[in-house]
Write a protein that binds this ligand. Sequence first.
Ligand SMILES: [Zn+2]
Length: 435
Amino acid sequence: MNDSQSYHVEWLVIQDQLHSNVTVRIGDGRVIEIQPGHAANAIDLGSVAMVQGLVNAHTHLEFSQLRQPIPTTGRFTDWIRKVVQSRRENPSTVGGAIRAGIAESWQAGTTLIGEIATIGWRPQDYTEVISTEVPFQGVVFQEVLGLSPERVSQQQQLARSHVTDSHASLSRGISPHAPYSTHWDLVTAAVAMAQQIGSPLAMHLAETTAELELLALGTGEFRELLTEWGLWHADLFGESRQPIDYLKLLAQAPRSLIIHGNYLDEESLQFLASQPQMTLVYCPRTHAAFGHTEHPWQRLVELGGQVAIGTDSRASNPDLSLFAELQFLAARHPRVSHLQLLKMGSTAGRQALNGRQSPDHLQAQTEHALVTERASVGETSIIPSDFTIIRPATSPMRDPHQELFAPGSQVCGTILQGNWIKPMLANANGPEIDR
Ligand SMILES: [Zn+2]
């Protein structure tokens, strides 16, 4: 998008700041200007909230074609057995599932994705979803896992070729899968590689009590599963490790996303809070589906740590809507401001995946853009023009703190780098949004 375009909205949220009745001008993939009131030539989007794009910090798009989640009612390892079986039964549909998952995410208002990729995917599955004009935005984390020495070295190769592959338009990361599936040495190697090339890293951790039992004692349902698969070895989990040991190792990566963390204890939360390069990714509906105990995200927020939100995959969740996750959280936590939820569903995920822009730089720019009535931040703007447009359940919306994710509110538009993805535009004059 070369020409700039202005939109007038009732509510705007940029950099976690709420503005009412403003015109925002975007162009060249960036926010150029924000000014009060309805500027001449601005397209009026009506009674909506335009918020900086939602970020799904954790998913596995390869399962996007599942019509319904794999039942989560039994033991966790029973669910894993069924996931492995499902993958075996649908071996050749990875590319189609990835495209379907990205399209579904865009429809749901998600603009940036933290994606875990296993095998059978190609870069074009991400870069040519609708056309090459419409960019996939996100990080593709190559998953590595394995417990035997041969497997560990083979998976190191896989990670290395992934991160050094030169498909310029894909942001890459590494994901050692989980403590029960990934040898400590492989996790260590993945961290070293992430350091070397400056990429982010994602790892499932402290997801179940069974995982804690395996790490501490080498017993329980995971031992049964590994024995059944011929992978059990007496030396594997003899170190009596805890999640905090993994956190300290993962803290050495340039940025790390700790997936789930359902059973992190106070010491681990305090450690996480002290590491600004680490983000806990909470997947609310998946967490609920497995019937875990209360998730510690509020404690981490209290301690000043970073919490982002993910959907996880359609193997444990009915859809890939980050917006639906935020609605779910809003209903469960009526005393939490919806702007706080938005921060977790947008800013926190963006920083975890893309890195933190220098706060001073950003602050100066934002103030410059907002305080000066007709200020232009011009070419130096680093605020991307990725937006989610939310139509409130009742119009006009009086208090976004309470209504942004209220039941009945919905996503009516998605803008990626200034382009309307939802609804797709027939011409460049603006979206058809019914009022
Ligand atoms: Zn996951």
